[in-house]
Design a binder for this molecule. Structure first.
Ligand code: IMP
Length: 187
């Protein structure tokens, strides 16, 4: 049986694929570009994934999931949060480091919300990783804000980690693992 990850982001797909291997060969993960995925701008991640999943649920006759993530920086009152994608495109890692100049409180967290459409029913899974914003960009793996985020319990940024290492900490890995646990109970 196929499970489709509806995303245009190959990095996200690769991260999820590592964690879904335990469902193979019964379930095979495929990437579906964001055809037909409607994205609203809202101030919480749940609203964004639910809106996308409900639309896809009407169009697709297969099992699928969508994911939305964001970086929430405490000293900036949770900015960029659900606007992370826009802020990454406009300010980038350098812009965030500039905003954080001379700010002592470096605490930040990544949050991920997955909406799974399984047998026509939508379920939500969440994951969070606590950490801090580094003082400079480090590493070349990964994507987005990976070069400036150091998860708790590590000295490396996400961009200095392999996918397996990032998956030991990441928000997305936590949400995907919860989804995998659920799928195990119904497959
Ligand atoms: P999206 O809307 O879920 O694609 O994510 C919003 C933005 O958050 C992305 O464009 C990235 O800049 C950032 N982001 C989300 N997840 C991660 C991650 O795992 N590492 C680094 N940046 C991320």
């Amino acid at each position: 049986m196929e499970l489709y990850f509806v995303t245009g982001n190959r990095h996200k797909f690769e991260e999820a694929k590592f964690l879904i291997t335990e469902l193979e060969p019964k379930i095979k993960l495929e990437m579906l570009g964001e055809v037909g995925k409607l994205e609203i701008q809202a101030d919480n991640l749940e609203e964004i994934v639910l809106f996308a999943a409900e639309n896809l649920n009407r169009q697709l006759k297969v099992n699928f999931f969508v994911e939305d993530a964001g970086l929430f920086i405490r000293a900036l009152n949770g900015f960029p949060g659900p606007f992370s994608s826009y802020v990454y495109r406009t300010l980038g890692c350098k812009g965030i480091l500039k905003l954080m100049e001379n700010i002592e409180d470096r605490y930040a967290e990544f949050r991920s919300v997955i909406a799974l459409g399984w047998g026509g029913v939508i379920r939500i899974f969440r994951g969070t990783v606590r950490g801090k914003i580094s003082s400079e960009e480090r590493g070349s793996y990964g994507f987005g804000f990976d070069p400036i985020f150091i998860p708790e319990g590590s000295n490396k940024t996400f961009a200095e980690m392999t996918i397996e290492e990032k998956n030991r900490h990441s928000h997305r890995a936590k949400a995907v693992k919860l989804m995998v646990d659920f799928i195990k109970t119904v497959m």
